[in-house]
Ligand binder design. Structure first.
Ligand code: ATP
Ligand code: MG
Length: 266
């Protein structure tokens, strides 16, 4: 099959935080588009991989960026020895052959790019390819999922109301301590004592959110710290290199964060 390369063959580990699995399953059943909202490193990408595996559908992921054009999603003509040949973009491949298409950080894309998804995300379920003079009806298995970090957006970069209101949303926050601890143990090989310390550090850092930090330490950062410890680094050094230094360039905030963290270290 055409999309075989996009099939996920072994189960991506995913620890649920709430009702997100049943919510996504219901949305997929109805082929409603889904918006995953939440801070960086909280499991959005892992979740969509898990759901694609669970539903047995191929997953095509596209990372949006500010230079992305509609052609990057839909496709373009390329000059080849035999002439100009049309090449479907990743979105068109998903629409035509039936995949879950995951558009990561959709707000990064220009608004003229985001409107490409409008006819796909309402009752029409079509993708007009103007340049190719074709209207592609969506395959029965096609579904669109986007991610969105509400923390980063300025008003200019927010999604248009007409885009937002097409989606069912699932809110991802940081996991509850017991869940986060289980994730750290599983993903980094940390023992439960180390995981408990890392979760406590994360909570301190998340309290600094809005007081110098845009976002607190993500689950991803805690996993990195656990891995650095497993690779032989002392905990304090690991915390500095995997949490404090990447998260801020401001020396005062670094000092405040280091103080907050010191209280958690054994
Ligand atoms: N609920 C979870 N179950 C299993 N692993 C998780 C979970 N949440 C986070 N992780 C772990 O944290 C890492 C980061 O998560 P992920 O890449 O899915 O974040 P994200 O929300 O997509 O971040 P970004 O917005 O930066 O893309 C994953 O690789 C995984 O190891
Ligand atoms: Mg991601």
């Amino acid at each position: 099959m055409l999309l075989d390369a996009y099939r996920i063959t072994s189960e991506p580990y995913y620890q649920p935080q709430g009702a997100e699995i049943s919510t996504f399953t219901a949305a997929y059943h109805e082929r409603l588009p889904v918006m995953l909202k939440g801070p960086t490193g909280c499991g959005k990408t892992r979740f969509v991989e898990h759901m694609a595996w669970r539903l047995g559908k191929p997953l095509i992921t596209v990372a949006a960026h500010e230079d992305m054009t509609a052609a990057d999603l839909a496709g373009r003509y390329l000059l080849e020895p035999v002439g100009t040949i049309w090449h479907d973009g990743p979105l068109t491949q998903a629409v035509r052959h039936g995949a879950i298409c995951y558009l990561d950080e959709i707000v990064e894309a220009r608004q003229d790019t985001t409107v490409v998804i409008h006819p796909l995300t309402d009752a029409r379920r079509i993708l007009p390819l103007e340049k190719h003079n074709e209207i592609v009806p969506a395959h029965a298995d096609f579904q669109l999922t986007i991610s969105y970090n509400p923390g980063y957006q300025s008003a200019v970069k927010d999604l248009k109301e007409s885009t937002k209101q097409r989606f069912v949303a699932i809110d991802f926050g940081y996991p509850q301590p017991a869940t986060e601890s289980a994730i750290i143990i599983r993903e980094s090989g940390a023992d439960s004592d180390l995981a408990a310390v890392l979760v406590a550090i994360a909570q301190r850092s998340r309290n600094l959110q809005g007081h110098g930090l845009d976002e607190g330490a993500s689950t991803r950062m805690l996993i990195h710290t656990g891995r650095m410890v497993r690779a032989g680094l002392p905990l304090e050094t690991a915390v500095q290199s995997a949490i404090v230094l990447p998260i801020t360039d401001n020396p005062d905030i670094r000092a405040a964060l280091s103080d907050a963290i010191a209280a958690c270290l054994p």
